[in-house]
Ligand binder design. Structure first.
Ligand code: ZN
Length: 99
């Protein structure tokens, strides 16, 4: 009898994704899927965004109100990352001044 000494990871193992918030590259298995449109059940032909755990936690702490709109307004998935992050920072900063 052999005792399994290691657990095989799923087929996602080894796939690398990029956090949309900080640009960190991480294992897809460690990332949190983020769908900027919010309708995560409609997966057909979609590309999901990913957040690393720290950023995901931050997202949960901050007021989610308008986050989807902010991401879409910032051009998530439609512009290059640099432009998106610049725009997203602007939108986010606007948000915080309301508080
Ligand atoms: Zn991140």
């Amino acid at each position: 009898m052999t005792t399994p000494s290691s657990t095989l990871r799923g087929s996602d193992a080894g796939q690398r994704v990029t956090c949309i918030a900080c640009g960190e590259t991480l294992d897809r298995g460690d990332a949190r899927e983020y769908d900027k449109h919010g309708d995560r059940w409609d997966r057909e032909g979609k590309q999901f965004e990913y957040l690393c755990k720290p950023c995901h936690r931050e997202c949960c702490h901050r007021n989610r109100e308008g986050l989807e709109e902010a991401l879409v307004a910032a051009g998530a998935g439609r512009t290059d990352r640099k432009t998106f992050l610049e725009r997203f920072c602007e939108v986010s900063t606007d948000d915080e001044t309301i508080d």
